[in-house]
Design a protein around this ligand. Structure first.
Ligand SMILES: Nc1nc2c(ncn2[C@@H]2O[C@H](COP(=O)(O)OP(=O)(O)OP(=O)(O)O)[C@@H](O)[C@H]2O)c(=O)[nH]1
Ligand SMILES: [Mg+2]
Length: 359
């Protein structure tokens, strides 16, 4: 089973810190300047990148950590025995963190069983079991696919959907910028021809991120803009095409028809496309975001979720609720407004970011 995830994650990140310390010492005792430089370079790139990412998780999850985890710590300090009152309070804390009522109920069942079967009496130990069990909710015996499904042939087509204001356009900009840093050529396509100013906004992001851009006037048919964009991308041999769309969920039938049409056009021009359809959800909208995910899942084939604005909520438990109640993997999370604040979702960094004060 997953026994000891708490300790595994703790060791993983603590070890990283120690490794860095050891490395520094090693370098300091080393006489050759040249050797020092090569060591610096090879270790800096990967290790430091990882460290930076862990820091971004830590920072972006601070609101949730302050709220949820401090409550958990208080609970442990308050009870020196595991009683029914303890379970009741724990349940409330989890629900308040937006983990979702059903998820919490299953979680509590499993926790009670473990306490009984393993005869757990120590509240401090139970804290670790709680982290383990939260991890299990997410992993749930599956292999988590959080990587972008890149196509073998150019271009890879990624469609972004989601209701107004959740962060679609800025997510596209952040992903474009990441891809650009990786040396890939990127095109943005302005499929949101509905909202005033949306085309211009995307074009500005294209300029900033050195992406190419295809868009038409407001009110144009999104499918025709996308058709033109994809033709251009083939001609230019663009690596990745990122398509922005409008999210008018107030009219589900229209939205469904529009997405159907868009998908048809993409599939025709680029066989096998779109290679990803990413649904963007705003974490600060809580359970409402979950409802959006369910609604979109019904009308189109969502391959992954981008959960934005986790830095703006104290209810970061929503990451766990989504997987359980919607069954679609979270591929990216937004932990702030800077481009590096968009992170590939990593359950271990997430758990560490939440529980580091307990570790
Ligand atoms: N703090 C924070 N803000 C974010 C994050 N992601 C996006 N935002 C902000 O959310 C706001 C809305 O983002 P947009 O990208 O314009 O949202 P959209 O879904 O394209 O909106 P419409 O085009 O109106 O449908 C902007 O001010 C973004 O800077 C995040 O992870 N953290
Ligand atoms: Mg937008």
């Amino acid at each position: 089973m997953f026994m000891g995830i708490f300790n595994k994650i703790k060791n993983l990140f603590k070890k990283e810190e120690n490794f860095e310390e050891e490395l520094k010492e090693e370098i300091n005792t080393e006489e050759s300047e040249i050797h020092k430089n090569t060591l610096d370079e090879s270790s800096n790139s990967i290790e430091n990148e990882e460290k930076k990412n862990v820091k971004i998780y830590e920072k972006g999850l601070s609101k949730t950590r302050d709220n949820f985890v401090s409550k958990l710590i208080n609970l442990t300090n308050k009870y020196n025995k595991i009683t029914e009152d303890y379970f009741d309070e724990l349940e409330e804390i989890l629900i308040m963190a937006d983990i979702g009522v059903n998820t919490v109920m299953d979680f509590m069942d499993r926790l009670r069983k473990r306490v009984k079967n393993e005869k757990i009496e120590d509240v401090n130990y139970l804290k670790e079991v709680i982290v383990d069990e939260l991890f299990i909710i997410y992993v749930n015996d599956e292999i988590i696919v959080n990587k972008i499904n890149f196509s073998e042939n150019r271009p890879t087509v990624i469609l972004f959907v989601g209701v107004n204001g959740v962060g679609k356009t800025t997510t596209i900009a952040k992903i474009a910028s990441r891809l650009h840093d990786e040396g890939k050529s990127v095109m943005m396509v302005a499929g949101d021809t509905f909202r005033a100013g949306a085309v211009k906004q995307l074009e500005e992001w294209a300029i900033k991120t050195e992406s190419s851009f295809v868009g038409k006037e407001e009110g144009a048919d999104p499918a025709s803009v996308i058709y033109d964009g994809l033709q251009q991308a083939i001609k230019d041999e663009t690596d990745v095409v990122l398509i922005d769309t409008a999210g008018r969920l107030q009219n589900k039938v229209n939205l469904m028809k529009e997405l159907e049409k868009i998908n048809k056009v993409i599939g025709k021009v680029i066989p096998g496309g779109p290679h990803e359809t990413l649904l963007v959800i705003d974490a600060t909208t809580g359970q409402n975001g979950i409802s959006q995910a369910k609604a979109f899942k019904e009308i189109t084939n969502i391959t992954g979720i981008v959960l934005t604005k986790l830095d703006g909520t104290a209810k970061g438990g929503i990451v766990l609720a989504i997987k359980e109640s919607v069954g679609i993997p979270v591929k990216f999370i937004g932990l702030g407004e800077r481009k590096e604040d968009l992170q590939v979702f990593d359950i271990e960094k997430y758990i560490y970011g939440l529980f580091k004060d307990m570790m």
